[in-house]
Design a protein around this ligand. Structure first.
Ligand SMILES: [Zn+2]
Ligand SMILES: [Zn+2]
Length: 113
């Protein structure tokens, strides 16, 4: 008997990551959800130790620190849980976990929550 692979709704993972336009990134998830992200917002929410103070959890990026023309230049999957994004400002240490990406989703449904 073949076992059907169930989608774990608590841990959805990205099926497709694509550029919607110059400033917007989209992710289609394996549970069918479609996320949209202004790329600048993603950069501002970089979870790496340079951008978030490890001890206080305080964000080190100040409003205006990130250019409006910021672009993701390279994305790649890290293991089964995260995506690493390299940015046009040279920053590439941010590992965006799938969980974080779902939390940052700016689609109307998620924003309305
Ligand atoms: Zn960072
Ligand atoms: Zn959403």
């Amino acid at each position: 008997m073949a076992e059907k692979q169930a989608v774990d709704s608590n841990h959805p993972s990205p099926k497709k990551i694509f550029q919607i336009d110059a400033r917007t990134l989209g992710i289609t998830w394996n549970d069918g959800h479609e996320s949209v992200y202004p790329v600048k917002m993603l950069r501002e929410n970089c979870p790496c130790a340079h951008c978030i103070d490890e001890w206080s959890g305080e964000r080190r990026i100040k409003p205006g620190d990130i250019s409006d023309t910021i672009q993701p230049v390279k994305l790649h999957s890290v293991g089964l849980y995260a995506i690493q994004i390299a940015w046009s400002d040279g920053h590439d240490t941010g590992l965006y976990s799938h969980e974080l990406l779902r939390r940052l989703c700016q689609c109307p449904a998620c924003r309305g929550k």
